[in-house]
Each structure stands twice: as C-alpha cells, then as structure tokens.
Design a protein around this ligand. Structure first.
Ligand SMILES: [Fe+2]
Ligand SMILES: [Fe+2]
Length: 363
C-alpha cells in the first residue's frame, strides 16, 4: 500500500499548478456537480433557518440552510444563502457557476468559506438566470476524506470563531477524524460478531486508537489557528450483515480512506507550517495502514460472499469512485495549499486517477 501511495504522489507532482484566473466556461472539466443535493433536501436540511433580517429590506440576502444531508448519509457542508433580488452585479463566474474566491466575500456571510457557487437552477451553463430566485452555496468545509460511520449526524453550525481557513479546515478534519473513531469501533465489533480473523480485528482496534490521536492532533491544529473542532455524534445502529459491512468498507475504506491516505501523505510533504507537517507525517503513516486494512477486510468479507453480492459491492465501489471524482471540483485556496499542504484540485484528481489504476478501483 505504501508503494502504491508513493506512486500516486509522484504522479500528482506532475499535475499542473492550481489556477485562480478566470477560466473558460465550457468543456468537460467545467461540469458543476451538485449530485445528491436537490431543493427538497435543502428544505429538509438540518439546522435550517429562515434567518431573515426584517430591518435589512426586502432585497437583503438571508440564510436558508446551514449544512444539508445528502441521500448517501454524508454531509454537504455549506451555508446556503438566498438573494431575493438577485446576486450583486459585476461578479465573475469561473468554472461554470463558481465565483472567484475574492468575490465570495460579496455573497457569503462571514469569511469562513472555501469556495462559493450558484446553487441549483439559478445558474445554467455558466450564466446566472435572470428570473431565478438565486441561492449561493458557500462551502464551509473543504474536500474531506476519511471513513465515515453509518449514523453520523449532521455536525450543525461551525463553531469556529476565527476567520482562518486553516483553522476551519482542521476543525472539519478533526470532526471527520472523530467520526472515524466511531467507524472503526463499529467495524471492530462487527468483525468480532462475524468471526473475522484476529489480524483484522486487531487492525480495527489499532485504527480506532489511531483515530483518537488524529482527532486530538487536528483539534490542536484547529485551536492553534483560532478554530474549534465540532463533536462527532453517531446514532446507534443494529449489527449488519456481512454484505452490508463489505459494502460500507468498499466505499468508506477502499475508496475514500485510501484516497485520504494519499491526500495526507501529500500534506505531510507539502505543508509549510512545521507543526502541520509533523502532525500529517504521523497521520499519513497511520492512514496508509488503515487503507491496507480496508483492502484486507474486503478480501476476507468477499471471500465469504456469493458472486451476486460481490458484484453489488463492485458497483458500489465504482459509484463511490465517481462520487469522489465529482467532489474534486474545488480549487484549493492558496493559504490552504501553502500552510496546510492541501493538494491542488488538479493534484487531487491525479492522485485519485493513479490510485484508480493501481488498485483497479473501477474494476
Ligand atoms: Fe485518521
Ligand atoms: Fe483513518
């Protein structure tokens, strides 16, 4: 696994540098991906507010939702703000319906965002629709990868008080790391219940302990940048069938956590803040082991399942790969790239494509 991750890093080094200039609005790379988050989900979002300031006038933008739950159970981090009289004029769209980062200051509340874009039908083919009642989504957490447990609850409003993107980044990372503690605890118990070999059970127990350290380390980094991590809350769920466990492991482990391991390894090499680099070096080492564990669990579980179940798992893995590819549509802010070593969007895509090939993820 370490050799494969190293090959992915080498390949991603050759990725073109992140571009923050205005870009063309056509071509395959410019497809806006909002799959899985439609208006009905937005209406039903957790922590939804109709935060209207009656003193601000009828055209004042107002927040309609903070964070939303996607159909797959994941969290779409964002502040969704409606502009009853349209978005301010003179703003520049790039990458289809995304605003330039500097323009996000004009359309997002506060300053904790990673990018912002026109949401839903209010922007089509790179053009703001004149008669629409536009909503802008301001992303409050960056692309995050890791093992998310079933039953993970919406983290609610971001508690971060600072205006540091790095602080917010690590506050969200700490939430995901804390969620991974639950994920491995559940996996360990389910492996025990299904009579998995000792090395897999011990691997899950060790990973659970690793993730506690990761949550502490990333919380500390968040605090160092003035932000506060959110707690991870997970609703209890019943013991699952082996196929359900293998399905989750394929998506969360073989796809997302494996990519997360490569992502962390990149940060360990590129973060300019010595404290971040040091923390990411330890985390990257552990995450490579977690990725290997996921593939070990997959081999064991699938050896006990029939062909039809294996085929459903392969389909789920391919879909998770496509979903993750679609998530890699955000330019990395320069501050995150330099201080925290977050790979550029282009480098993330190369990392994923290399892993896809090396691990035959789409097979
Ligand atoms: Fe972790
Ligand atoms: Fe992990």
């Amino acid at each position: 696994m370490r050799r494969i991750l190293s090959r992915a890093l080498v390949a991603a080094m050759a990725a073109p540098a992140a571009a923050f200039a205005v870009q063309a609005c056509t071509g395959d790379d410019n497809v806006v991906t909002d799959a899985g988050l439609d208006a009905s989900i937005l209406d039903a979002a957790g922590d939804a507010t109709e935060d209207v300031d009656v003193d601000a006038g009828p055209c004042a933008p107002y927040v309609v939702a903070i964070d939303a739950q996607a159909p797959d159970g994941g969290i779409e981090c964002g502040i969704f703000q409606r502009f009853p009289c349209g978005v301010p004029s003179g703003l520049t769209l790039y990458q289809d319906c995304y605003f330039l980062l500097d323009d996000c200051q004009s359309v997002c509340p506060g300053s904790l965002y990673f990018n912002c874009h026109m949401y839903g039908d209010s922007c089509l083919d790179g053009s703001i629709q004149p008669d629409a009642d536009p909503i802008v989504e301001c992303a409050t957490c960056p692309n995050g990868v890791g093992r998310r447990p079933r039953g993970l609850r919406n983290p609610g409003k971001n508690k971060a008080k600072s205006d540091s993107r790095v602080g917010a980044y690590f506050a969200n990372a700490a939430h995901l790391e804390a969620a991974s503690v639950h994920a491995f605890r559940i996996l360990r118990r389910e492996l025990e219940a299904h009579g998995a070999p000792a090395d897999l059970r011990e691997g899950a127990a060790r990973a659970e302990a690793d993730e506690i350290r990761h949550a502490r380390a990333t919380s500390k980094l968040a605090r160092a940048y003035g932000a506060e991590a959110k707690h991870a809350r997970v609703s209890p769920c019943a013991l699952r069938s082996l196929e359900d466990i293998a399905l989750e492991n394929a998506v969360e482990g073989c796809v997302r956590e494996t990519f997360g391991a490569a992502f962390a390894a990149w940060q360990a090499e590129h973060a300019q803040d010595p404290a971040i680099r040091s923390a990411m070096q330890k985390i990257a080492r552990d995450e490579a082991r977690h990725a290997a564990l996921a593939w070990g669990v997959a081999r064991w579980a699938e050896s006990r399942l029939d062909q039809a179940a294996r085929s459903r798992i392969a389909t789920a893995k391919r879909r998770a790969l496509r979903d993750l590819e679609a998530e890699l549509d955000r330019q990395t802010h320069p501050e995150l790239a330099s201080r925290a070593g977050v790979p550029s969007m282009e480098a993330q895509r190369v990392l994923l494509r290399t892993l896809e090939t090396e691990l035959r993820l789409s097979a």
